[in-house]
Design a binder for this molecule. Structure first.
Ligand code: SIN
Length: 351
């Protein structure tokens, strides 16, 4: 699997650990000074929530909603600090930061758990598997979802819940209507083996890059295109570095919020209950917002003067689907035959 090696990774992580420690002690210093505003006083409990997307995305808004709920319900005793936009940690080091205790909460996309030793999460990456969010929810909110969250314990994580994302669309500097259009293009993907295989099956060359580096890589033509939900496309300003957006709706991108068992079990029962409840409500809030922001983003991209937006005909979409179909067979074993069968059953079941 293509993977970028980052020789500076350990150094960057140490720097960020210092930064995280520094921020916490600044809060402490402010409290000692006595003149700091009430909200800067040292809280009884600090929860650092790091993620890689913009605050204006559904995930960004979910994290801020959680911050508000916790502040209100704990009357400031518990402070949630939200670090969006890979400010503190990016895709390449956030899981390590969680393990080292430099942050307490993350909300990685489901595609990021495969490289953390949980390949079953890559089932969500299978191209053209889900048609709509109702199908996804039957998986994430049912017994399969519960089991997947429990599986996170195998990699020292506590799975706290899923949040709906949305469907990805392809962008490049040309329309991507047919497999022939993908030939010769270098397309950025997340570090998921399924996504790498999907791009190859479509005829493109996959390039694994952290989310936070995607825009720059597109601007410098290191890569030619990418796949994104519309909210990520817009909030990263990709319309400035891509001329064409094809509404392929070919794959799902969603999230799970995770913590570390060391932190989670250190909480008092009332604090854990408060955080759990606030998070459950915030995930519902984020999931509702996701569908709404996706509709708004579609209206927005259609208005952009320098972006050509292409809708696919049924036949064009079917041809892409057929080209990508082989990925399902090749990854059945990696994600698990039983799991895939259960997911397919949940998809097929009507509410
Ligand atoms: C995210 O929405 O968390 C980022 C997804 C990506 O890396 O493309």
């Amino acid at each position: 699997m293509p993977h970028r090696v980052r020789p500076d990774r350990a150094r960057a992580l140490r720097r960020r650990l210092l930064l995280a420690g520094g921020l916490a002690s600044l809060a402490g210093l402010a409290a000692l000074g006595g003149a700091a505003p009430a909200r800067a006083a040292r809280p009884e409990l600090l929860v650092r929530f790091s993620h890689v997307v913009a605050s204006g995305t559904p995930k960004g808004q979910m994290a801020l909603h959680f911050q508000r709920l916790v502040a209100e319900r704990s009357a400031g005793r518990i402070r949630v600090e939200v670090y969006p936009d890979s400010q503190l940690y990016g895709d390449e080091d956030e899981l390590e930061a969680l393990k080292l205790g430099a942050v307490e909460l993350l909300a990685p996309s489901l595609s990021k758990f495969g490289q953390a030793g949980l390949p079953e999460f890559e089932v969500f990456d299978l191209p053209f598997l889900f048609d709509d969010l109702a199908q996804v929810r039957r998986v994430t909110q049912g017994p399969v979802g519960r089991r997947l969250l429990e599986r996170l314990a195998h990699q020292q994580m506590v799975g706290l819940g899923f949040m709906d994302g949305s469907f990805k669309q392809m962008s490049a500097n040309r329309p991507l209507r047919a497999p022939a259009d993908f030939k010769g293009l270098r397309l950025r993907v997340q570090a998921s083996r399924v996504l790498v295989a999907q791009m190859r099956a479509l005829g493109a060359e996959p390039v694994v890059l952290p989310f936070g580096e995607t825009r720059r890589a597109l601007a410098r033509r290191v890569v030619d295109g990418a796949e994104n939900p519309l909210s990520n496309f817009l909030t990263q300003g990709l319309q400035a570095v891509q001329t064409d957006l094809t509404l392929t709706h070919h794959g799902y991108l969603g999230y799970a919020v995770v913590s570390h068992p060391r932190f989670w079990t250190s909480l008092s029962a009332p604090n854990r209950e408060l955080l759990q409840q606030a998070l459950a409500e915030s995930l519902e809030f984020g999931s509702r917002l996701s569908a709404e922001l996706d509709r708004q983003a579609l209206a927005q991209v259609l208005q952009l003067p320098h972006l050509r937006v292409h809708a696919l005909s049924g036949l064009e979409r079917a041809a892409l689907q057929q080209a990508a179909q082989a990925v399902h067979q090749s990854f059945e074993q990696r994600v698990g035959h039983g799991l895939l069968a259960e997911v397919r059953l949940a998809i097929a079941a009507d509410n």
